[in-house]
Every structure is written in C-alpha cells, then in structure tokens.
Ligand binder design. Structure first.
Ligand SMILES: *Cc1c(COP(=O)(O)O)cnc(C)c1O
Length: 348
C-alpha cells in the first residue's frame, strides 16, 4: 500500500467536545481506482478534494454505494473496529446489485486497518465517542451515455463523532411513499435510497414527526424499517423484528443484537413479518412495551411516539428498559468492559 502522510496535521484545530455528526474529517483518506478490469494498489494520502469534469458518471446515473461503521477507543488503550468484515461483505452485496465491481475483502480489511492506524489519534477517547468510518464507491467514468460506468473509485474517509442524541423520536407510519420495493435496491446501501427518502421524511417533519416508519410498497400493511434504521418492538417480553428481504437493509447492528439476545434469556426473540395493525393494537391495549431503531450511528434509538392516520400512540422509553439494556451490553463489548465472545472487535 502506498502511504503519503500529511505534512501538517489538522487535529489541533478540532474541538473534540463538540463534534456534530459527520462534519469533521481526519487527516487521511484511502483511495483505489478501478479501470481496465482491475483495482489499483490502494493509496493512503492526505484528506482533500477529488477532481472531475461535469460528465462524472455517478452524477448522472447514480452508481454510488457506501458503508458506515465505527472504530472505538478501548479501555485497555487499544483501538477496535467493530465487525469490519461484515461491512466489506455488505459493500460487495451492494456492488453486485448496482452492477459495480466488487472490492476485494482482504484489501478492504487491510486498508481500513492501515487508515485507522495512521489516524489513531483521531479516535476520540471520551465515552460514547468513536471514529465513524465511511467507505464508499462510485462510477468515475466521464461520459453521459446511459450505460454502466467503466471506471470506479473506492474511497474511505473517517470522521470523529460524539454521542448521537436523537432525543424523543416521534415516528409516523408512512402509507403514501415507499423506500423500496420487491425486486428493487432496498437491501443495498446505494446513495439513491437516501435521496429518494428525504422528501417523505420532510413531509413527516412538517407534521411534527422526526422520522417515518416505512411500510411495504404493496399495501402498506407490513412494518419494514424506521428511517435509516432497522426496527424492533418489544411486546409481551418478546423482541420482534421484521425478517430481511430485498426490501430491507441487513443492518449489522440488527444482526449483532439478534445474536446477543439469542445467547441470553431475558427476552424471547421473533424474526417475522410485523403488521402495522398488530403494533397499533398493542399500543392501544398498552401491550407495546418499547419500540426502537437499530443502526450504527445511534446504535439504538428509542421511539416515544408512533403516529398512525392522525392519532399519536405513546410508547414507553424506560431508562431501565430493554432498549437501554441492549445498548449497554453492546457498548460494553465494544469498549472492552465485557467479553467479546464473537470476535467482533478487530483490534489495532
Ligand atoms: C445503514 C442502514 C441500516 C443500519 O445498518 P447498520 O449496519 O446497523 O448501521 C438500516 N437501514 C438502512 C436503510 C440503512 O441504510
């Protein structure tokens, strides 16, 4: 791997006690280019602009995918990256569906380790802080014919982030707009899935909600995801989450929580289709104990209100509830305060 270090670190300019999510970038980035059927040797170099002509393929046709993951400062002073192989695999799942070249997993792993290592001073030490890692890939040919790009860029940038306080999350059951459809690209982390969701989210904001609960594209009777997170409900001391499909993104947080819960016995676990009606009836009858989103940015984001056809249903967000217990257990595994029986932390 080619490494060019910055001559002037910017770290002294950063206020680590005030880190709005995704606004501050560390000193270095990793980049590799695909052309003539091959990836170039990845290069680590100072973070900075890339330059292209207006014919950049991805601006017109949207072959663009990304990942989101985190590196943590651990109690023993080491740095751990959480489940990076899972992100490497998911990036390639997205790449296949978007007709983009796969990026070799070994190179991904080697590259992400080297990049975090070179910027290890940028991994915040305060509790609940982390270095957010953003691998992404896009079509970088420069032509405007509607066929797949021939060249691609794979890049990783990193950003120190503080705790993610979503506050009280009020979600609206969305029955007009759709995030993804069967046969579509909903299970990939492609850029367009986000672009297509902003309008519906903004509509919900104007009605006083924070996010939407996405439902199925056909008749909006099944719960699918909560904004850009997977969703779970606690009903009758059972953790219930919809099963993965080509409409639902396979979250690594979701998978980690399912794995941990199945090894513990304080909650029953059900991965099965969830009807909107079932959730609303449970809320009406006071049986909906908790509801929350699961994802890398916030880890767990408790839902306090569910809006359905103009009526708001309150959901408990107990400080000593299941959501907070699960979050604590995952946080302890990452920090090293608890065992890591699954070998999820890749240590530097
Ligand atoms: C990224 C993402 C998630 C969460 O995935 P994690 O790997 O847990 O961060 C869930 N839903 C959607 C639509 C996403 O894009």
């Amino acid at each position: 791997m080619k490494i060019t270090k910055t001559s002037q670190s910017r770290i002294s300019e950063v206020d680590f006690s005030n880190l709005p999510f995704g606004n501050t970038f560390s000193d270095h980035m990793l980049i590799s280019e695909f052309s003539n059927g091959q990836w170039s040797e990845p290069e680590i170099k100072p973070y900075g602009p890339l330059s292209f002509t207006p014919a950049l393929h991805t601006l017109h046709y949207g072959q663009a995918i990304f990942e989101g993951q985190k590196a943590y400062y651990r109690e023993d002073g080491s740095i751990g990256i959480f489940r990076p192989e899972a992100n490497a695999k998911r990036l390639n799942h997205s790449a296949r569906r978007m007709f983009m070249p796969e990026f070799p997993e070994e190179l991904f792993m080697e590259g992400i380790r080297a990049l975090v290592d070179i910027d290890r001073e940028w991994v915040p030490k305060a509790p609940d802080h982390s270095l957010y890692l953003r691998p992404f890939m896009f079509g970088s040919s420069e032509f405007v014919a509607a066929r797949p790009s021939e060249k691609y860029i794979f890049c990783i940038i990193t950003s120190p982030v503080g705790p993610y306080y979503a506050g009280n999350v009020k979600v609206k059951v969305e029955e007009t707009y759709t995030r993804s459809a069967s046969g579509g690209v909903g299970s990939t982390k492609c850029a367009g899935n986000y672009g297509g969701a902003f309008f519906a989210t903004d509509q919900a904001r104007k009605e006083g909600y924070t996010q939407v609960i996405w439902t199925d594209h056909k008749d909006h009777q099944l719960v699918e995801e909560s904004g850009t997170m997977n969703i779970a409900f606690i009903i009758d001391d059972t953790f219930i989450t919809p099963p993965l499909s080509d409409r639902i993104l396979g979250g690594i947080t979701r998978d980690s929580i399912l794995t941990m819960l199945r090894d513990r016995d304080y909650l029953k676990v059900e991965e099965r289709p969830v009807q909107v009606e079932e959730v609303i009836n449970a809320a009406k009858e006071g049986l909906l104990q908790e509801a929350f989103g699961m994802g890398t940015a916030a880890v767990i984001s408790p839902i306090s209100t569910i809006g359905f056809r103009g009526t708001d249903y309150e959901v408990g967000t107990p400080a000593d509830g299941y959501a907070m217990r699960i979050k604590k257990e995952l946080t302890e595994l990452r920090s090293g305060a608890a065992e890591d029986p699954y070998g999820w932390m890749v240590q530097l």
